[in-house]
Ligand binder design. Structure first.
Ligand SMILES: Nc1ncnc2c1ncn2[C@@H]1O[C@H](COP(=O)(O)OP(=O)(O)O)[C@@H](O)[C@H]1O
Ligand SMILES: [Mg+2]
Length: 388
């Protein structure tokens, strides 16, 4: 039966199948080329592997049914035979997730003037992109936390071209709705499956259940009127600086769509804070990063009137907490045979600290404390959560 662990596909089967798909797709795209599979990049979302095609360095990505790997390996889409059969049908249908992702990468570069990794090919459910080399925003923040505010602001400013009218029209035809903070939160926690799901999160499950209820009440009503185009998956790992910290960044793994203006900053802040907590930094680093994050939100809200600024921050904080709840619970409930990114293990070892931060920050909002005060307390809480 779908959803039970006995029927869930094994990671080894999914990976072996994906490798064959990558080899077959490469052979179709580049007949006669020498194809070498390189190392696997652990991800909870897609199967990603480096590949050399006639010496050219590429990344190959396979997404089963447009679902996250965690969902597939948990048995959400049935057993392995069912998933494979469904994938054949999915791949042949228009508008698959990777097709929209490839389109999004082209829109970024060609319509929005945003540097993004180049699509090398898209075939048989496999997306090949050209490797971008250089330190990521995550690397730079760890190395030079004093530059946090400036680097985060520059990353977001670099995405300004997304608001061109021609871009919005094209994005609407290829929107990736699957990866939004709100849609992910709903998918994970809504309805009858939510409580069952969180029970798998161990001791933290109870705390996260309470938090989910609170966040649901705090969540802003759907925005009326203009909804800007958002990058959609703005993580510090997805922003690469090939020419170092002073050069222009290049973006990876977009999830273009419409959203709130706070969606991209919220994800960037959420993942930066989790990276910081996972890295167990010294106090100076933690302090500089928290200060830089405040500088970043100050820059983004500089033109707003005080009342607007408070509302902006309130939505930012709610989205931040929702994203952190999403990813923490994904890591905590991930099937044991799925290799996780390096920071995930370090983070889950500090689950209590993250939950403490989520709890106090959301309690502040729920109690009606002003958003600016909540935001300042949250940033102080970030520093406290990193304390070794
Ligand atoms: N073209 C690329 N250049 C450099 N690194 C890449 C590229 N594509 C993927 N990666 C690396 O692999 C990771 C996972 O790939 P990504 O496209 O983000 O997959 P997912 O959808 O699973 O998040 C990225 O965070 C990045 O570290
Ligand atoms: Mg990614």
């Amino acid at each position: 039966m779908a959803g039970t662990s006995s029927a869930a596909p094994a990671a080894a089967n999914v990976f072996a199948y994906s490798d064959r798909q990558i080899e077959q797709a490469a052979a179709m795209l580049w007949p006669g080329a020498v194809v070498r599979l390189g190392v696997h990049t652990p991800s909870v979302t897609a199967y990603v592997r480096r590949v050399q095609v006639d010496g050219r360095a590429l990344f190959a990505k396979v997404s089963l049914l447009g679902l996250s790997l965690v969902s597939v390996l948990r048995g959400t889409a049935g057993d392995w035979a069912q998933v494979r059969a469904a994938q054949v049908a999915y791949q042949g249908s228009p508008g698959t997730l990777l097709e929209r992702e490839a389109r999004g990468l082209d829109i970024l570069r060609e319509e929005a003037g945003v540097p993004a990794c180049r699509v090398a090919g898209h075939q048989n459910g496999v997306l090949f992109t050209e490797q971008v080399t250089g330190p990521t925003l995550a690397d730079l923040l760890a190395k030079d936390p004093q530059r946090t505010g400036e680097l985060m602001t520059r990353a977001v400013v670099e995405l300004t071209g997304l608001q061109r009218p021609a871009v919005a029209r094209k994005v609407d035809e290829a929107a990736i709705t699957e990866r939004g903070i709100g849609s992910t939160f709903d998918r994970k926690f809504n309805g009858i499956s939510g409580p069952t799901y969180l029970r798998k999160a161990g001791q933290a499950g109870d705390m996260l259940s309470t938090l989910v209820l609170r966040l649901r009440r705090l969540r802003p009503t759907p925005a009326a009127g203009h909804r800007p185009v958002v990058y959609g998956d703005l993580k510090p790992d997805h922003v690469v600086f090939p020419d170092g910290a002073d050069g222009r960044p290049v973006f990876l793994d977009p999830g273009l769509g419409r959203g709130r203006p706070q969606a991209d900053p919220a994800k960037l802040i959420s993942r930066t804070v989790l990276g910081l907590i996972a890295s167990a930094p010294d106090l100076v680093t933690a302090d500089a990063t928290a200060r830089g994050i405040e500088e970043f939100t100050d820059a983004l809200t500089a033109d707003l009137a005080p009342g607007e600024r408070a509302e902006w921050l309130r939505h930012l904080v709610v989205l931040w907490l929702m994203d952190t709840t999403n990813i923490l619970s994904t890591y905590l409930t991930s099937p044991p045979d799925l290799p996780l990114p390096e920071h995930a293990g370090k983070l889950t070892a500090r689950t209590e600290r993250v939950c403490g931060l989520l709890e106090t920050t959301s309690a502040g909002l729920a109690a009606g404390t002003g958003p600016r005060a909540v935001w300042q307390l949250a940033l102080a809480g970030v520093v406290k959560a990193t304390n070794r």
